[in-house]
Design a protein around this ligand. Sequence first.
Ligand code: MG
Length: 258
Amino acid sequence: MRKLDILILLGFVLSLSAVAQEKQYPKPAPMTPAMSEYWLPQPAVVTPGKASETAIPAPSDAIVLFDGKDLSQWENSKGNPAEWTVQNGVFTVKKGTGDIRTKQKFTDFQLHIEWRIPKGIEGESQARGNSGIFLQGIYEVQILDCYQSETYVNGQTGSIYKQTPPLVNAMRKPGEWNTYDIIYTAPTFKKDGSYRTPPRVTLLQNGILLQNNTTILGTTPYVGFPQVVEHGAGPISLQDHGDPSAPISFRNVWIREL
Ligand code: MG
């Protein structure tokens, strides 16, 4: 083989390897939970007014989802009867039995729900009274004990989990009842499955505004970023989180379809 041929061949091989190298892209590092958590600024603490014993009873056009007697409006994630404990007009997470959800599915709604962190609760950050309300079964509004207990702000009480922190911290003490009033507008979708209009939520805790017509960006996973998933009407789901702290309770749950 002539020298010139060898040089041409060498050049050809080198250019091929350059093309091959151009197609090598660095892979993103695997996501860890901490990559979607941030701690500052911590929302200001606002002390709610004194709790009423009968906070906002259901109005005439509401669908009562829990009237203090039973969980007949609820089921577990397999469609079997909800196993959480009902006692003294209150229902309590039964740890290990899984999330529960309403049998009925909803689109746009106004939801009222009351919840109580048990007195004497122990644990810290996310392992302290963790539960949550999944709007349409998908988007988590966080429930947690953040009374004099800090965590990452986009995971604290009243956050859209791992997305948007609440405007303020409006917690009552463990042992006292908190109220959530949630106004939710369901998303609409384009043909390609992306949002035509994203979901939106307004949230008040104990009558104090935490989320003001906030745009929900997508799903609310523990690891990773929000994903847009096409869906229709969905249930109200409540989280059995699995943290080791004492289980939290709920009462007076009703919803108005909008
Ligand atoms: Mg939660």
